[in-house]
Design a protein around this ligand. Sequence first.
Ligand SMILES: Cc1cc2nc3c(=O)[nH]c(=O)nc-3n(C[C@H](O)[C@H](O)[C@H](O)COP(=O)(O)OP(=O)(O)OC[C@H]3O[C@@H](n4cnc5c(N)ncnc54)[C@H](O)[C@@H]3O)c2cc1C
Length: 508
Amino acid sequence: MTDDPITTDVLVIGSGIAGLAAALAAAREGDDVTLATKATRPEGSSSWWAQGGIAVSRDTPEEFKEDIMAASDGTADPDAVDVLVENANGAVEDVLLDTLDIDFDHNGSDHDFTREAAHSEDRILHVDASTGKHIHVPFLNYIDDHDSVEILDDTAALELIRHEGRVHGAMLESDGAVDPYFAGSVVLATGGIGDLYPRTTNPDNTTGDGIGMAALAGADVEGMEYVQFHPTACVREGGERDGDVAFLVSEAVRGEGGLLRNGKGERFMPDYHADAELAPRDVVARAVKAEREATGEVTLDVSPLNFVEEFPDLADNCEEYGIDWTEGIPVAPAEHFLCGGISVDDRGRTTLDRLYAVGECSRTGVHGANRLASTSLLEGLVWGLRAGEDAAGAEPEPIEAPELLERDPDLPDRFARDKFQRLTRVMDENVGVERDPADLQRAMAVLRRLKGEVDAYVRTRTSRSLYELRHASVTALLIARHAAENEESVGTHNLVDASEEPPESTAD
Ligand SMILES: Cc1cc2nc3c(=O)[nH]c(=O)nc-3n(C[C@H](O)[C@H](O)[C@H](O)COP(=O)(O)OP(=O)(O)OC[C@H]3O[C@@H](n4cnc5c(N)ncnc54)[C@H](O)[C@@H]3O)c2cc1C
């Protein structure tokens, strides 16, 4: 090695709430932190897009725990849930209230706690219906101003540097140049997997990178079959991006009286579930999918409520996307959240030495097979703080970095675009809201071939989009494999037998 290696105490990858919390905690321990993010703007993280809010414990953590366990069909890990509910209030007070001074909505002198589906009490702190940006922007600014943290934006981690079960850093790409960054500890905080599906509520370029990198380095992953689909993503009509998600229509609209209607104008949810529009998210998602297939479209009729007054942000969104909400808002299910991910313990430690994972890319066990609304910002905050503190104090030890080969940006970019289309089609058709075991086997075969083609390219060329495709193909294959191996329909994992006549309704 001729040049001095680039070193840092803690390397955090990702600038959502989980990465920011990890950076804050490591810096508080006195470590120098480098935070690399491929985002170029705050909107590049799901954390910015969060709407409903962040849940805290009210009277007792026990009640909060019971709701999380129930929402997961009893599959959440009770010990992990204890960590979440017992640390929720301390983390929110410390970081969001005392450090960042976030002005959550008030009702008189107290906070205006709201309630969402499957919560048994009012416990959600929020700012309007756009809580994410009100937390994320001040948090990002605070970390950016911190003397011990350097933020590298538009910088993507391509591969972990690993030797004999220990992670020593990562290969970071910025503006086409790739350099090894060595660190005492690496914290993956790369968020979800939205881009693996044609319709998602996540920001662009959410390609499962952290999960792909960790799996390729040999870390354990769990629960990948548990992909949560949001039932009411507003879809664009016409134009080049016909059918793409324009924006998320929050559950609160159905909570306030919004009605789902099929292409014939008929209200259908009462045929699927006793709670009709307020049925669990996965039940509504399956019903919306079935009615779209049977009648061409589904719209959310907002005429029963005072839409503009109650949901001004959504009314603005409709105007921006040219949607006449008086005719109903066109909706479809869209990938929203991954409940599984990189296996971690109560400090975010993965199965590889000096590698941590936090936020949506991790599997703490809190969400089991299904997630309770407004618990993922909290999970990212709580585990981010715990992992950042634990990650601090290790010395970087530069070793030989992997050699990433000659770059030829044009060719792999085109290749990546074409293959990505194939990947999302396979995931949508076979590993979506409902899964048929035979389809899952077919999907695995296609995804294995696709991964083989990508691996062959990666051995000759290096570009960000090619590595994103590589991580997406590894992650997609893990989802399909875990789905094929799990024979029990539970939570977000719904098995059907497509060779049988489709049932009249998918109600529970
Ligand atoms: C529309 C919407 C509404 C939601 N509403 C709520 C809500 O009300 N309450 C709630 O609790 N949850 C909500 N969620 C879920 C929640 O927002 C996310 O689960 C959570 O913010 C994830 O945080 P994170 O820090 O793990 O990831 P993110 O916030 O997604 O951040 C991931 C970061 O990693 C970076 N990154 C990815 N790959 C790489 C790489 N290879 N190299 C460098 N950087 C990389 C990305 O650029 C990004 O900065 C919502 C999600 C969406 C999409």
